[in-house]
Design a protein around this ligand. Structure first.
Ligand SMILES: NC(=O)C1=CN([C@@H]2O[C@H](COP(=O)(O)OP(=O)(O)OC[C@H]3O[C@@H](n4cnc5c(N)ncnc54)[C@H](OP(=O)(O)O)[C@@H]3O)[C@@H](O)[C@H]2O)C=CC1
Ligand SMILES: Nc1nc2c(ncn2[C@@H]2O[C@H](COP(=O)(O)O)[C@@H](O)[C@H]2O)c(=O)[nH]1
Length: 325
């Protein structure tokens, strides 16, 4: 198997078919809705909050609210009051089943539900998918995180409508150091490996460090990418602002860090500071422009045309050109 990652792959251009990059459509469909770009902010406390969810939904972007210290029912009601779709996260514990029961009792069906646990290839996830499909059949269920084809096949067979791929490639992740497991360092080739067997959308989660990594993820089989660190240092980002030597930073911590958990138990995440750099609106607009540009380099006019390009692997044992025949 070829092993590569975002920083040692480049996509190869094909003849341009547009006169302006504005002709290229960076939009994507997930769960019956269309979104402007294939990007969703990570469902983490220092990346997303309720105000950002409302703004993203109102402006044509996909979001997934986090699941920590949150009243999911109140959140779904707020989204309904704002007239926008609701997209929540759940775990697999009793409290999460209670949340589902309360949603059903109140007649609230979130449009999207992401089952979000560290090791998503698990019986606990199978049970939760089954419960959701029984109790909230209209909700689009995203399940993860996983990192192997066997896991993709199981989650899809268990009823997941989409899967999320990425075990440990995140910037605040220490899973591979603490456990020796994961897709950190080879996330892009793990995505390619998973996408070969997937019949439903994949969200590539973690490891995105540059806007060009969005196009690379699409090329290797993602329908969308989930981004944490690159969206944690924005003016609107919910992390605490910290000043160091006259420069402003936002804190960014892992959901499995002691900062999020409130105790040092099964810690697989750390806290870092991200430099404050611009607004969410401008960042998403620049991402859209960069994806449009990537589509034009692919010789296409729409997002999935990126899937058709060849690529090169730079350096290492797998180095070489890879042509689509
Ligand atoms: N993408 C990634 O690489 C990772 C992401 N995270 C994020 O951190 C947050 C917390 O995740 P998580 O701890 O799973 O959530 P929870 O604390 O809600 O745990 C979910 C359930 O899974 C069990 N569990 C957790 N890890 C494992 C494991 N490795 N093997 C078997 N069972 C496990 C837990 O039990 P118990 O605690 O008793 O073991 C618990 O019953 C999530 O948002 C998750 O996405 C965390 C680590 C890696
Ligand atoms: N191993 C851990 N992974 C985590 C933790 N908290 C979040 N995450 C994952 O990281 C991505 C974001 O990655 P980034 O490279 O864009 O910053 C996020 O969506 C989760 O999947 C954690 O504590 N440990």
């Amino acid at each position: 198997m070829e092993i590569f990652d975002y920083d040692n792959v480049l996509l190869l251009p094909r003849k341009c078919r547009v006169e302006s990059r504005s002709e290229c459509d960076a939009g994507v469909t997930l769960g019956g809705r269309s979104f402007r770009i294939p990007v969703v902010p990570a469902n983490m406390k220092t990346v997303i909050n309720e105000d950002i969810c409302v703004w993203m939904a109102q402006n044509g972007y996909f979001y997934v609210m986090h699941r920590f210290d949150l009243d999911n029912l109140a959140f779904v009601k707020r989204m309904a009051a704002a007239g926008v779709y609701a997209s929540i996260s759940l775990g697999v514990k009793k409290a999460d089943y209670d949340t589902v029961d309360r949603l059903v009792t109140e007649g609230l069906a979130p449009d999207y539900i992401t089952i979000d646990i560290a090791h998503g290839h698990a019986d606990t996830v199978q049970r939760m998918i089954g419960y959701l499909k029984d109790k909230l059949p209209s909700s689009f269920v995203i399940a993860g995180n996983v990192g192997t084809p066997e896991a993709i096949i199981d989650l899809e067979n268990w009823g997941a409508d989409a899967t999320k791929v990425g075990i440990g490639p995140g910037k605040v992740c220490i899973t591979r150091l603490k456990t020796g497991f994961g897709t950190g360092g080879w996330q892009l080739s793990a995505l390619k490996w998973c996408a070969r067997v997937a019949t439903k959308p994949i969200i590539a989660d973690g490891g995105i460090r540059e806007h060009g990594d969005i196009a690379k993820s699409i090329r290797f089989g993602a329908t969308m990418v989930m981004i944490g660190s690159m969206l944690a240092g924005l003016e609107e980002s919910p992390g605490q602002t910290v000043e160091v030597d006259g420069r402003l930073f936002k804190e960014y911590y892992g959901s499995a860090s002691d900062f999020n958990k409130g105790e040092y138990k099964h810690v697989e995440g750390k806290r870092i500071l991200e430099p404050v750099k611009g607004s969410l609106k401008d960042t998403l607009r620049e991402m859209e422009e960069d994806v449009q540009s990537a589509i034009s380099y692919s010789g296409g006019t729409k997002l999935m045309d990126i899937r058709k390009v060849n690529y090169v692997i730079l350096g290492g044992d797998n180095a070489g050109e890879h042509l689509l025949m």
